[in-house]
Write a protein that binds this ligand. Sequence first.
Ligand code: MN
Length: 291
Amino acid sequence: MSGLELLDSREVMLGSTPVARLLPKRQHRTVGPWCFADHFGPVDVGVGAMAVGPHPHIGLQTVTWLFAGEVVHTDSLGSEQVIRPGQLNLMSAGRGIAHAEQSPAASVGLMHGLQLWVAQPDATRWSDPAFEHHAELPVVDLSGAAVTVLVGSLAGETSAARTDWPMVGLDLIVGTSVEVPLEPSFEHAVLVMSGAPSIDGTTVSVGTTAYLAPGSTSVRIDGSARVVVIGGEPFEAPIAMSWNFVARTRDELDDAHRDWAGVIAHGGSQRFGDVRSELGVVPAPGYPTGG
Ligand code: MN
């Protein structure tokens, strides 16, 4: 039985760069703890260089994964990290962090990647912020595909990346066809990054996401393609999301907005800290900054 559900995406502009927003969807606000997915590029950095100034997060982990290009991450913990294809940046916001992301000055060629967010559970969402860079990740050679394990486990290989909730993230370069084992207690989504593979018998193109409810023990992918599989145990609670903040209640979101508006108005912040960046600090769109 195929429990495949197809989800479309919508184009949003990040500065001058169009991205495909794959998550959240009304019918699936979360897939496991994954609560946000933007697919950007492939785009020439001459046209679509990334330049996102200091901005805050709470209650989520950012997962940055590139297929082409480079991005420099700086944050209010003092981290400064270039990320390249095959490497993982994982930032856990907890109660609050700020960061900036931009293409290196000398960067040329194509930029292509995924910006993913993972909702943090109650157990960790008020904890200290943290940042991890993983230069090396396990690669599993499934018959028919090379699979990089970003987070979680596959076929006995486990990523060293921190997980606050049972979850998985896999990057697959599919040659002809592959059967990917899945944890049946997880729900999953297959994000198509290139190609137009058949997923459990249904052709899925770039910009469309295939959702699989809990209970699936595997997914079959046919056709040359690059796909990312994300999944996890259904999340503990409905989340509330506003701009770059993930919480549970409107009040928590309002507090975060008020705290960031204070940074815009006065600079400096106990909660979010300071980011070393030549880029301007980003105000929350449509939010008063007089605080
Ligand atoms: Mn961010």
